[in-house]
Write a protein that binds this ligand. Structure first.
Ligand SMILES: [Zn+2]
Length: 192
């Protein structure tokens, strides 16, 4: 399916709407964070319309993590959200768009070291860079090597053996750069 398929576009738009956390709740959560509260007293509900159960709210230093124990919906809120730009090949771009790809794997280079939880990433599809997707950074996991990354996240990459996974990564990144920078698994969630 392409992004230009009107049915898909409609589905995605209504889906995004259903999954949006209300701005009012967001404001109250950020205020609680600013006041250095360790707990958020009021009950916030999962914005997923078919779910709606109370969510878990964790104040974690400079951000708030909100997660739904039932449907797995999750968001990270912070005051100074930055937007970063990254380029992607067609296949991974489409996988993110379809919700098949949960992690973006990169070297932990200077550009990636700027990423913080709750920031947004705009992915542009190579080579034309006309199609774009915006995602939120849900978690950042750093590893010394792709081998170490595979061992930690094996459940999410079970379609590959460890050797296949590392070989796949070496199509894009050299072992020298891997050693120099270390590697980063960026867990992402599409945002509307
Ligand atoms: Zn839920």
């Amino acid at each position: 399916m392409s992004i230009f398929n009107p049915e898909l576009k409609e589905f995605r738009e209504s889906n995004f709407e259903a999954n949006k956390f209300s701005q009012d709740t967001e404001k109250r959560l950020l205020k609680a964070l600013e006041d250095k509260k360790e707990r958020y007293a009021d009950i916030a509900q999962c914005p997923n319309k078919s779910c709606g159960v109370p969510v878990k709210v964790e104040m974690q230093g400079d951000h708030v993590r909100v997660s739904c124990p039932t449907c797995g919906w999750e968001t990270v809120l912070r005051r100074d959200v930055k937007t970063h730009e990254m380029k992607l090949n067609e296949e991974p771009f489409n996988q993110i768009e379809n919700g098949e790809k949960k992690y973006e794997l990169r070297l932990n280079d200077e550009k990636r070291k700027q990423l913080r939880l709750g920031d947004h990433i705009v992915f542009s599809k190579l080579p034309e860079l006309n199609e774009k997707l915006e995602a939120e950074v849900i978690s950042l996991e750093k590893y010394q090597s792709f081998h170490e990354m595979y061992k930690a996240l094996q459940a999410d990459f079970s379609e590959y053996s460890e050797d296949e996974f590392v070989k796949e990564m070496y199509k894009y990144y050299s072992p020298e750069d891997e050693q120099r920078f270390g590697v980063l698994a960026i867990s992402i969630k599409l945002v509307g």
